[in-house]
Write a protein that binds this ligand. Structure first.
Ligand code: HEC
Length: 218
């Protein structure tokens, strides 16, 4: 008996069901989502990122931050208990992102809500320059090439210069973040998912601010 047509029909059915499950069903469920107006505020969610933050997204992508950081707070597991977000992430959160940077692996904390958890640009800059200067025993790589240095009493000091964490015996100088570093910090500050949505209500109380401690003064 010729089984060719059955074989063909089986292959066709397999491809059709995977197309339906992986492409058609998600497209029907979430493909037409749009930004939502926030009642009484005259704003929309998700908000458009400021230009500097958009440049920062490109830096984030180019430096491979996605290899260690996710941007997706899951409802299962301990993401909410860890304070990574106050609600789970949903498709609407990513409407303004092209490409969506949900991340490949999770070696470091989730960053979906980092702009709320750690709003201080200075903290982010010092952390990028040398993570262990603000987080004890940090395993995150350093990104010193995003910075220049200038002597503490420079004749024309940069308006963006930061005091560096004191180093034993090294001559004091100030850290000048390059435009890429400032854009990256602006991007991190723009990562906020604290607006309650119909499909994702706020589930946990605000996490205690973690940063602040141990940052040297300006
Ligand atoms: C090799 C893995 C790795 C890479 C690559 C990496 N990180 Fe991290 N990151 C970590 C780890 C581990 C931590 C936790 C320790 C710490 O806070 O320094 C962390 C912490 C952070 C935090 C603080 C999060 C919090 O909740 O306290 C931020 C912000 C951050 N990383 C941003 C970045 C950015 C931006 C990049 C890309 C330029 C990047 N990371 C690349 C591993 C990584």
């Amino acid at each position: 008996m010729n089984r060719g047509p059955w074989f063909f029909a089986g292959v066709l059915l397999t491809f059709a069901s995977s197309f339906g499950g992986l492409i058609l069903a998600p497209q029907l469920q979430i493909g037409r989502q749009s930004v939502v107006p926030l009642e009484g505020l005259g704003q929309f969610y998700p908000p458009a990122r400021p230009g500097q933050a958009r440049q920062g997204a490109a830096v984030y992508q180019a430096l491979g931050c996605v290899e260690c950081h996710s941007q997706q707070v899951r409802s299962l597991g301990s993401d909410l208990q860890r304070g990574w977000g106050r609600r789970m992430s949903v498709a609407r959160d990513y409407l303004r992102d092209h490409p969506v940077l949900t991340g490949n692996l999770r070696l470091g904390p989730d960053l979906a809500n980092i702009g709320v958890r750690l709003p201080d640009a200075r903290w982010h800059l010092l952390h990028l320059y040398d993570p262990s200067s603000v987080v004890n025993d940090s395993l995150m790589p350093r990104y010193p090439f995003l910075f220049d240095r200038e002597p503490e009493h420079a004749r024309f000091p940069s308006p963006h210069a930061l005091a560096m964490p004191p180093a034993d015996g090294a001559p004091q100088c100030r850290l000048v973040p390059k435009p890429e570093a400032r854009a990256l910090a602006a991007y991190l500050q723009s990562l906020r998912s604290d607006v309650p949505l119909f499909e994702a209500p706020i589930l946990s109380s605000p996490a205690a601010p973690e940063a602040a401690a141990g940052i040297p003064g300006p």
